[in-house]
Write a protein that binds this ligand. Structure first.
Ligand code: 13P
Length: 252
């Protein structure tokens, strides 16, 4: 494997957080980003983006959103446009999270259109892929991942505009994780699928692991050479745990 890219640890707060709590977590993230070589990003709910942006501005920590619309503007009540996310300071947007795929029936083509919108706005897309428990049991994990990589990525993906997050659906919020050997194999599989899709540049696209990453399993998971960081849910709401996960990543 060639020189690996700088790891990224992104906190997906999902539909959690409060204004007061967000300020504390943002301050902690700014401080963390200043002392680790791992890239740090926070992805709070939409109403907290601006207050978190105000704290992260001028620091090494990055801001991300949890979704965007495929159109740049228009009559889409309740949706949020990528250019506005960029304007208020986002660097990233999470797209195709399994919760949105399941709860909002987002399909791969829809995710692909959202990724294109994110890129048009100058955002990096953190594209989530992952198999469900039944797909895993039926031995369909690799087929599922290959299809998601093939279908969720528009043409033009590169290491600057794309991050892949491998999040086994059954591992999210469950306290269960795949064994490090499985993570290693599936990340290598995803890397190969990505090379097939976009060519040799895929080698530098970061592939994060997500799903029940905690302070106590971070060393094992982040120690897998094929893992380029983490997309963290629950533990990102605890500054200490989030920091421990970032510190478990390899040095660049
Ligand atoms: P948990 O870390 O809470 O399992 O969530 C993972 C996730 O879905 C991050 O996007």
């Amino acid at each position: 494997m060639s020189k690996r890219p700088r790891p990224l640890v992104a906190g997906n707060w999902k539909m959690n957080g409060s204004l007061a709590g967000a300020r504390d977590l943002a301050k902690a993230a700014a401080e963390l980003a200043g002392r680790t070589r791992t890239e740090i990003a926070l992805c709070p709910p939409f109403p907290l983006l601006a207050p978190v942006a105000a704290i992260l501005s001028g620091t090494a920590a990055q801001l991300g959103a949890q979704d965007c619309h495929a159109q740049d503007k228009g009559a889409y009540t309740g949706d949020v446009a990528a250019p506005l996310l960029r304007e208020i300071g986002c660097r990233y947007v999470i797209l195709g999270h399994s919760e949105r795929r399941a709860q909002h029936r987002e399909s791969d083509p829809e995710v692909r259109a959202k990724v294109a919108a994110a890129w048009r706005a100058g955002l990096g897309a953190i594209i989530c892929v992952g198999e469900t428990e039944s797909e895993r049991e039926l031995g369909r994990t690799r087929a599922r991942l290959a299809l998601q990589v093939q279908e969720s990525l528009p043409d033009g993906a590169n290491p600057a505009n794309t991050v892949i997050a491998y999040e086994p659906v059954w591992a999210i919020g469950s306290g269960r994780t795949p064994r490090p050997e499985e993570v290693s194999e599936l990340h290598a599989f995803l890397r190969a699928a990505l090379v097939a899709r976009i060519g040799p540049e895929a080698d530098s696209v970061r592939i994060l692991y997500g799903g029940s990453v905690k302070a106590d399993n971070a060393r094992a998971l982040m120690g897998v050479p094929e893992v380029d960081g983490a997309l963290v849910g629950g533990a990102s709401l605890d500054a200490k745990a989030f920091s421990a996960i970032a510190e478990a990543c390899r040095e660049t």
